[in-house]
Ligand binder design. Sequence first.
Ligand code: C2O
Ligand code: CU
Ligand code: CU
Length: 494
Amino acid sequence: MQLVTYSNIAKATFCFSLLLLVSACQKESVLPAQRDVVEGTFSQALYLPPVVQADDARLSIHAAAGSGTLGLNALSYQNAPIGPVIESRSGQSARITFANAGAVATNIHWHGLLVPADMDGHPDLAVAPGQTKEFTFTMNQRASTTWYHPHLHGSTGEQLTKGLAGMWIHRDDAEKGLNLPAGEHELPLIIQDKRIDSQGNIVYNPTPEEIATGYFGDKVTVNGIQAPFHKVKAGWYRLRIVNASTARIYNLSLNNGRPMFIIGNDGGLLSQVISQQEAILSPGERLDVLVDFSGMAPGKSVFLVSNPFRAGVQGNQFFKILRFEVSEGNAPSFSLPASMPLLDLENPAVVRVTRSFDIGISHDEEHGGGHTGHGGGTGTTSVGHTINGKLFDPVRIDETASAGDLEIWEFDNTLGDEAHPMHVHGARFQVLSREGGRAQVLPFERGWKDTVLCLPGEKVRVLVRFGAHTGKFVFHCHNVEHGDDGMMLNLQLQ
Ligand code: C2O
Ligand code: CU
Ligand code: CU
């Protein structure tokens, strides 16, 4: 039943986008769920955020309305298109002053960092307008590409889409030993899709259907800039890529036929370099990629694109994301590492606790459609998006486990018809198996991760190692519309 509904919606969207192009009208409220990307011109320069050190006590991050160029209603850290890159080294302490200079409550979650529960951005921990919060914690984990964003229940999708996101690059000596492309040859790339009206305002108003599929923007931005270009030199570059879209999955590829050499994902370096023509990246996930522009003539363009793929209602479109323009000169010479640092992988045979989470029960199937949207409401029979049939309750403890323990968690989307990128706070995991659907663990999903995509029909098992910090953490679907709709539970580590 739903399939029929969605394909009709998709057709309607297509016609509607044409209509939009012709008439430039903006009746956002009547737009259906699925939205095609309308490519921009790739003529605006990519914005590269400043790099700040995590131990700099002076650092203040303001969450305030952005300037006109970001959208009159945009939110921003430091009044910039995307937040600063925060850089840290293993063993170092972070000290960050977060000032909410905006008009709405918000908070920050450090996605991928193992931090104390009261620093982790649990939805309980709101920072009111005018308030300041000091974040202090020590990073005891391997080098990885992490990121930060708001985590206020019911508002995360809106605040993230309106501009509150930034990258955190955590480094260590093992990684340094590889002499990977650095400085101007290491590019932070945060990808988001947005709806922007003709006045330049960011529009975020998902309908119930759009909460089910996810809210898709028709404009794809990198570091807050739609359809940007970046000048590169012939030679190697390191791309640190975050999918910070609320729902859109990308199948990343280069359009010149050259492979991407994937060296890392959410939790840091892989045990070997993986050469891929394309790689799926769902909301919350990261990839650390080496690309080679050697031998390309000045003036030539190469695009980072998303190729078509099959993932529920998503993936039926090819579109370009970012244009690299080769300019004069050469990047420093580099060759791929012959070997990668060893991975401290876990042994599933020693695990005594397995938990299973049903993420495939659709509220619509159970309750005949319609749900409450943000933050619940009265007068409806709907239960929203659930895990094991439960909606998020910030107070209720759903799972209790021991800090530092190793467990097997199973995300079961066998009966589901929506894609769910599942994310666990206060822990990291290895993907053990995927049954149904794609029926394999992809080579770039090996190693350590914190977010894993569970497509319709898939059951994904992960080996979770909880961090050392005790307290109340969450785990949830990183389709942010689903998360805001209640697809999140509390995990008490003790
Ligand atoms: Cu990036 Cu709990 O999220
Ligand atoms: Cu997180
Ligand atoms: Cu979901």
